[in-house]
Design a protein around this ligand. Structure first.
Ligand code: FCB
Length: 445
């Protein structure tokens, strides 16, 4: 299979459905010397935290190669590019803007605009300035206000250049993986910390969203959440309850406060010492209406009941998996979108990330990643099915434009539709990238 095919009457085949590619600052930029340190620099420098011992000092050298990368994006024929801003590149510790860093993004945004490529900007894709972490990071309520100040200054500096702002990318990862499980920066590990960080991140989102709506009323302003739908291993009520509990904890925790102004029911099950500090009025700030919801989807998790923790993940030993070990289960993509639509009054949805890590090989100038292409084909069909069931989805972004620094996995896992040779920094469009390009192109005929 070398092509992506969807029924001609699919919403995804309409010209105004937005197709894009996505990246994030720390994962591609490099040029760490021209910005302040962030929590991922510190984490990478801590032995044992990154699987291949690597870091983001060079990454894809995007800061130096941005012009070529813009051409690459253009050559894929996409409607939009989703990027994130490195907070430590654009702001100094005293809260003033670093003009050189701001100018880097302005050039990039202007170049994209000139090519009529829509700009989807995420303000926080995990690279918290280290000086803020030194003051407690997301455990410190003040960080939410610092974030709103950053959103204010940067959105004024970017005036008119941004089609869409997302405040945060995946607060689940920043809070749970970073402060509760300890497997992402800053590597803190305590349940109470995870819950507190989550609350402060959501507060930061709400404060910043209000600012963005004021400073940039013509942009589509919202939030990007990731969802890993939770399935019960059996129909046994204990397993079903376990899956529901996990869903509350990992998924609903981040969307329900935003759309309904309250935490899910299982909040009440937290031990007193694990409950986050919440001030009166916080949930009203957090539930500031969104112009759009960004949904990131990769995989599902199956759960069984567990006496100690309430729920325990089950390894689906025989299921197909990507190179990072995530189960390939496209039905979960449809189920997720339909269930969100049933549960909430959703704003328009954009799929802000979807993709797969595969064990790519560059042979004779070609990366024949038919496995990734099959993943995209199946997931676009799953998306089509959700839309046919009434979910309003207006766009889709492939993760990622190119291979990059995959967090705790370092450079070992490749998610790009473009292959990056990290020695020469040469980019090669993979078979999946060519098929994505051809599919997007076919809608114009
Ligand atoms: C998401 C992140 C993104 C990338 C993909 C694979 O959780 O937002 O940066 O690492 O996973």
């Amino acid at each position: 299979m070398k092509t992506i095919q969807l029924p001609k009457d699919s919403r995804l085949c309409q010209r105004d459905f937005i197709f894009g590619v996505a990246t994030a600052s720390f994962q591609i930029e490099g040029s760490a010397e021209s910005r302040l340190p962030c929590i991922w620099d510190t984490f990478c420098a801590t032995p044992g935290k990154i699987r291949d011992g690597s870091n983001g000092l060079v990454a894809c050298d995007h800061v130096n190669r941005w012009q070529d990368d813009v051409q690459l994006i253009q050559s894929l024929g996409v409607d939009a590019y989703r990027l994130s801003i490195s907070w430590p590149r654009v702001m100094y510790q005293d809260g003033s803007l670093n003009q050189a860093g701001v100018d880097f993004y302005i050039q990039l945004l202007d170049a994209l605009k000139a090519l009529k490529i829509k700009t989807f900007v995420t303000l926080y894709h995990w690279d918290l300035p280290q000086y803020i972490e030194d003051q407690g990071g997301w455990l410190n309520r003040q960080t939410a206000y610092l974030f709103a100040d950053y959103a204010d200054k940067i959105s004024r500096a970017f005036a008119g250049r941004v089609d869409s702002y997302a405040t945060l990318n995946e607060p689940f990862c920043s809070s749970y993986l970073g402060y509760e499980a300890g497997i992402h920066a800053p590597g803190k590990q305590q349940k109470a910390w995870g819950r507190q960080a989550a609350h402060h991140l959501l507060l930061a989102h709400g404060l910043a969203l209000k600012v963005l709506k004021k400073n940039s009323p013509d942009s589509l302003n919202g939030l990007v959440l990731n969802f890993t739908p939770c399935y019960a291993q059996t129909e046994d009520p204990a397993d079903v309850a376990a899956a529901q509990l996990a869903d509350d904890y990992f998924n609903q925790w981040y969307i329900k406060p935003v759309l309904d102004g309250e935490y899910p029911q299982s909040f009440a099950l937290l031990n007193e010492q694990d409950k986050p500090g919440i001030e009166p009025g916080d949930l009203a700030i957090i539930s500031e209406p969104l112009d759009f919801l960004g949904v990131n989807f990769y995989t599902r998790t199956v759960y069984q009941a567990c006496a100690e923790h309430g729920f325990a993940p089950v390894d689906m030993v025989d299921a197909p998996k990507t190179d990072i070990g995530w189960e390939i289960y496209p039905q979960a993509f449809t189920d997720l979108l339909v269930s969100l639509h049933q549960q909430y009054q959703l704003p328009p949805v954009y799929i802000t990330e979807n993709g797969a890590a595969m064990d790519d090989k560059l042979i004779g100038g070609v990366v024949n990643d038919e496995d990734r292409l099959a993943y995209y084909q199946a997931h676009l069909l799953a998306l089509d099915s959700a839309i046919r069931q009434g979910v309003r989805v207006d766009g889709y972004f492939a993760w990622s434009l190119m291979d990059n620094f995959e967090w705790a996995e370092g450079y070992l896992k490749r998610f790009g539709i473009v292959y990056v040779d990290y020695v020469t920094q040469q980019r090669t469009i993979k078979t999946s990238g060519l098929a994505y390009r051809d599919f997007i192109q076919s809608r114009r005929r």
